[in-house]
Design a protein around this ligand. Structure first.
Ligand code: PPS
Length: 312
């Protein structure tokens, strides 16, 4: 197991222990009008985050929670690690002192100072809305992979994750969860706000959008496109290895090593359309209407292919 995963697992395990001891009303805190889990985020870290300096060669992955961030994050990290074998940075990749929790907004307030010592190219994940990112990210020429997933499967995945993980609120019924989801009362905020706000950046040349569904459809093609976008110098054989290592099966089997106890909750189904087992006619109607109102006619709304993936 790489040192990065040890730190990752230690942070997640601690969050699970802390969450189990906390009163439900303390699990979340609000920062600039958005809810975040108190076990892994803090106002101090958000304040310190403002000083974060992006580099032009940083590799960013932006995605609303439950969109497949860990999946695409593994693909990106694997691509960077594999391409570093072609450069002199290779020996630095596994240096314990240089590892950080990959989500930008998660961790202690000192992490941004430590991140200055990370070698290029840094791989950084985030669930933040674009205007809540430190200013340097969008000012830089760093490339951003924007990951989106259809809202019905996101909601279904979020429901199970919330109920399966102690740091997140528990819901008695899917209906209770659905109401909170539609009101944007979720950690990291509203799905609809997220896609709407990122839509403003979707045309930029340093932003590439990928959908969970297109990756499910053809992972090899998706990995190739991502690699080309970031200009990673991988051979066809190396690309194929990245594809093989990122199957749901492979990641689920490896999840105790990569994600500790959280693995069994996170790698749940990894499928498209599981929402059909949870959405009532009323839920469908409400979400179809909100999607049309908030995202109808937008570039990302079109890219989500709602008619194919979300119509009952
Ligand atoms: S998190 O906790 O918000 O960062 O969750 P995130 O990683 O964004 O999303 C979790 C969902 O992604 C699915 N997943 C995968 N799908 C397909 N292939 C692979 N390799 C893969 N890895 C993770 C995971 O199963 C969650 O979706 P659901 O629908 O709950 O299964």
């Amino acid at each position: 197991m790489s040192t990065q995963r040890k730190k990752f697992i230690a942070l997640v395990d601690k969050a699970m222990d802390d969450g189990a001891k906390m009163a439900p009303e303390d699990l979340m805190f609000s920062y600039k009008g958005i809810l975040y889990p108190s076990t892994v985020c803090s106002p101090e870290t958000f304040k310190a985050l403002e000083s974060f300096e992006a580099r032009d060669d940083d590799v960013f992955l932006a995605g609303y929670p439950k969109s497949g961030t860990n999946w695409v994050g593994q693909i990106l990290t694997d691509l960077v690690t594999t391409s570093s074998k072609h450069t002199e940075n290779f020996n630095r990749v596994d240096d314990e002192e240089l590892e950080e929790f990959p989500y930008l907004e998660v961790g202690d307030a000192e992490k941004y100072q430590r991140m200055e010592n990370l070698p290029s190219r840094r791989v950084i994940f985030t669930h933040l809305l674009p205007h809540n990112l430190p200013a340097s990210v969008l000012k830089s020429e760093a490339k951003i992979l924007l990951l989106i997933r259809n809202p019905k499967d996101v909601a279904t995945s979020f429901y199970h994750f919330s109920n399966g993980l102690s740091p997140l609120p528990t819901y008695k019924t899917f209906d209770d969860f659905f109401t909170a989801f539609m009101n944007g009362e979720m950690p990291w905020g509203s799905y609809f706000d997220y896609v709407f706000e990122w839509n403003k950046h979707a045309d930029k040349k340093n932003v590439m959008t990928v959908t969970y569904e297109e990756l499910k459809e053809n992972r090899a093609l998706g990995v190739k496109k991502i690699s080309e976008f970031f200009e990673f110098p991988l051979t066809d054989e190396e690309l194929q290895e990245v594809v093989d290592r990122s199957s749901f099966q492979a990641m689920k089997e490896n999840s105790t090593k990569t994600h500790g106890a959280m693995g069994s909750v996170l790698f749940r189904k990894g499928s498209v359309n599981d929402w059909k087992n949870f959405f009532s006619e009323d839920h469908n109607q409400k979400m179809d209407m909100t999607f049309e109102e908030r995202l109808g006619g937008t570039k990302l709304g079109e890219k989500l292919n709602y008619g194919v993936y979300c119509k009952a």
